[in-house]
Write a protein that binds this ligand. Structure first.
Ligand code: OAD
Length: 255
């Protein structure tokens, strides 16, 4: 029979199922955990990059000014990892959710661009994108897909100044228009799903609270409890690659 659902591997609360069925405006917030199943390292946790690298050496303007070569070598290594990574079941499920919900926004802290490869178009990349560079002097943003980079550090073809990664580093501001859009859509959402983020870096960490306070149902998906547990209506302690396809199946059964 059409739309008949198979038994789910995930026990969703009845309220989640009811709210998903009624949902008109979905927001999904992602973090590094979504790309972990594509083989990309997360930042925190036992295997996280911040265990072996110090953010203040690699992810601040001061670090870049002190040693642009070191910073770029790190990004060149990460670009190499991303270049050989492919979207996983979680990315594809989120792309399908964009098709299923007319009002949809994906807010991601990830800079790897895998959500676009999976098919998402309505995206706010809060922390930038690893495939873009920015002239340190003039601010011109350029796509650069060279793996490895032809020269480290790369230089602006127009003025010869250093280029930096088009990434939001610690202590920097997120583009105001992007941030406004993310806040606004979170506030308007009636279903907010947060997945694969440790929920400790602002402003992303505050978005589920905004959504919940404005009446949305907030579902957290993570391998472990995070501070977002306290704002979520429900936390599923499982991988995004298992849970998100189950949400897609549910949503498809309603359409
Ligand atoms: P983190 O590395 O802090 O957290 C990753 C989260 O994903 C953890 O809570 C894991 O438990 C969870 N996780 C891992 N594998 C998972 C899976 N298969 N399914 C579901 N969850 C899984 O990454 P972010 O929260 O994204 O910023 O980090 C936020 C920001 O801090 C990053 O964007 C980066 C970093 O410093 C900048 O570089 C500016």
């Amino acid at each position: 029979m059409k739309n008949e659902r198979q038994p789910s591997q995930v026990n969703f609360p009845d309220e989640f199922v009811r709210r998903l069925k009624a949902a008109k405006r979905m927001v999904v917030l992602t973090g590094a955990g979504v790309s972990a199943e594509s083989g990309l390292p997360t930042f925190r946790g036992a295997e996280g990059m911040w265990k072996s690298f110090r953010p203040e050496d690699l992810a601040t303007v001061e670090a870049f000014q002190r040693d642009p070569k070191l910073v770029w070598e790190w990004y060149d290594w990460r670009r190499g990892l991303v270049a050989s990574a492919k979207p996983n079941a979680a990315h594809y499920a989120i792309a399908r959710l964009e098709e299923l919900f007319e009002e949809f926004l994906l807010i991601t802290q990830n800079v790897d661009g895998l959500h676009r490869v999976a098919g998402n178009k309505k995206i706010v990349e809060l922390h930038g994108n690893i495939w873009f560079t920015r002239c340190f002097a003039e601010g011109t943003v350029r796509e650069n897909r060279d793996v490895p980079l032809k020269e480290i550090p790369p230089r602006c073809p127009d003025c010869g100044s250093l280029e930096r990664p088009h990434i939001v580093w610690f202590g920097e501001y997120i583009n105001g228009a992007l941030l406004d859009k993310a806040w606004h859509e979170s506030e308007k959402s009636d279903m907010f799903i947060t997945v694969g983020t440790s929920g400790v870096i602002q402003p992303a960490a505050g978005m589920s609270g905004i959504a919940r306070n404005s009446g949305a149902y907030v579902l957290e998906i993570n391998l472990e409890k995070t501070p977002l547990y306290y704002t979520a209506n429900h936390t599923v302690e499982m991988s995004g690659g298992i849970v998100l396809p189950e949400i897609v199946k549910l949503a498809e059964s309603f359409s």
